[in-house]
Design a protein. Sequence first.
Length: 290
Amino acid sequence: MAEHRLNGTIDSHTVLYGVIGDPIRHSKSPIMMNRAFRETGINGVYTAFHITSETLPAFVDGVRAMGMRGVNVTIPHKLQVMELVDEIDPGALAIGAVNTIVNENGKLTGYNTDGIGYVRSLKEEAESGLAGKRIVVIGAGGASRGIVYSLLKEKPESVAISNRTVERAEQLADSLGGEAAGLTAIPNEKLEQWCGDADIVINTTSVGMFPNVGQSPIEGSWMKPGAVASDLIYNPLKTEFLLRAEARGCRIHGGLGMFIYQGAYAFEYWTGQAAPVSAMRETVLEALQA
Ligand code: NAP
């Protein structure tokens, strides 16, 4: 159980947490996580470290030496760090990426909270029941992998993956169980038809992300009115894809919730306490709109 902070001060009991990446100075994780520590009174402090591939092994030694309790890992270290921790959670192993490290008395365990964070956000903010749903995932990059893995646990009727580079969609579908698991890779010319039949369409590509805010991976008219359009992007908060889907009469779900909940799961793994999700969201929203 994490120790509580007296009078909000950093003292000789304060435990260190942080996020590593290259680049890292754009990260909103420190303001979000420090708000969570303040809100719960836990005696922790969270900062950002610019770590390169060369300095990653020394950083991980430093985590053990300094007794850092928790680390978030972002681009480009999610794969390389897997070789440096002591144990990997089965979910992170299946996804093939670690974004959260928990330090238990010097033993480091790697987890992946991106996929479960996304699904928790989708269920709480857009569609509470995913069982039996027809889902289309556009994109087959790193984020897509975690999301598809976590979506399959919800027992949807089908998950169809489309990607600009079709071979990557096929590889992703095969590696997570293929047709037997309800997973299909679809050719690009069939995307319109699959979107028209889908209950949920998820954009996991970077198409539409700042500064290319006018771009969308599909036309709004491809969507079924009433279906859910979901985008992993949170800058802008409402992407061109979501604007078009909204005009079509779809329910829309942006990427901010995924960011909040991947952090909420990490916080819960580290501290054993429920994350103050609404305070975390409020802080990140303020920072994005500043
Ligand atoms: P990634 O591994 O680099 O994958 C990028 C994906 O986008 C690939 O499927 C790629 O297709 C596709 N793509 C890129 N440019 C494209 C274009 N012009 N036309 C069509 N497809 C294109 O990146 P990632 O880590 O998965 O991240 C993907 C997106 O998710 C980013 O926008 C990122 O900000 C967002 N994200 C959000 C959160 C969150 O917390 N909300 C977390 C993680 C990621 P190819 O395979 O053909 O190159």
